[in-house]
Design a protein around this ligand. Structure first.
Ligand code: 15L
Length: 273
């Protein structure tokens, strides 16, 4: 498949582009940052909040066969003011979806986040159809982008897979991560499954590894062909060497961990840091 990957210079993008290429796909990179050294393939240094620039990218790509799908990873990975968040998560998704409709590109994989349901109290395994319960404006941005994807799936028949990613890291570092970790290799497996699953329509899956202590249900991902192979449990002894701290306890109260705590409270329309 030829896939346009936004946020291709970011932490997830770098891993996903390399992984897709290893698996025989072609990754076209798009990022506000310049092409990283070692990237093989076409590259666009573009802000995907700029709808005209995004449309121009699709026009350029059309002259060389177009793309089969978009993997939308570009966004601010942390909390910010609501306008900044909406620009970063929703406006960018809208620019891509409109260009996809114009160019008959019918598949998008979106990096959503566990923070879309982060304010869910940590009790039982959370199903993919649990009520949206954002813990931050960041979570609100992800929920809103998911809604936009669903609208375009219904209106235009776009296959849109929103992956609610947990903690994407080389290895888990905290007690919470023993439940929320997504390994690099599993991230590639997940994106490839979301790109190739037959007719998913609009689908929501959780982006975590096969963690023994998982807080989120992997069944919808497995139904789409995402079969994670890593498990944070192999790192448990190292992490649990230190006694459980007050931070661990607080981070274990809601599934969004630190994002659900008071330190993240701020006015919606306040200044960005
Ligand atoms: C995310 O979605 C964030 O981008 C990242 O900064 C972490 O907070 C991660 O989730 C997580 O929940 O560990």
């Amino acid at each position: 498949m030829r896939v346009l990957v936004t946020g291709a210079a970011g932490s997830i993008g770098t891993v996903v582009c390399a992984g897709l290429v290893d698996r025989g796909h072609t990754a076209v990179g798009l990022d506000t940052a310049a092409e990283p050294e070692g990237f093989t393939g076409s590259w666009f240094t573009v802000d995907c909040a700029d709808a005209d620039a995004v449309a121009a990218v699709f026009d350029t790509l059309a002259s060389s066969g177009g793309v089969d799908a978009v993997v939308h990873l570009a966004s601010i990975p942390h909390e910010a003011s609501l306008p900044t968040i909406l620009m970063s998560h929703v406006h960018t998704t809208a620019a891509l979806l409109d260009a996809m409709v114009a160019h008959q590109v019918t598949r998008i994989v979106f990096a959503s986040s566990n923070h879309a349901i982060g304010r869910t109290p940590r009790t039982e395994l959370v199903p993919a159809d649990a009520p949206q319960r954002p813990d931050t404006f960041y979570g609100v941005g992800k929920v809103s982008a998911e809604a936009l994807l669903r609208l375009y799936a219904d209106r235009y028949g776009i296959d849109a897979v929103a992956t609610r990613i947990g903690s994407f890291l080389p290895q888990p570092e905290t007690r919470r991560h023993l439940s929320t970790w997504l390994s690099h290799d599993d991230a590639v497996r997940m994106v490839e499954a979301a790109l190739t699953a037959p007719d998913p329509g609009f689908a929501l899956i959780f982006g975590i590894s096969a963690n023994t202590r998982a807080w989120w249900d992997l069944a919808p991902g497995r139904a789409l062909g995402y079969h994670p192979e890593d498990d944070a449990e192999v790192h448990a002894a190292r992490i649990e060497e230190a006694p459980e701290s007050e931070t661990d306890r607080v981070e274990g109260s809601f599934v969004g961990g630190p994002f659900a705590t008071e330190q993240f409270y701020r006015p919606a329309l306040g200044a960005d840091d």
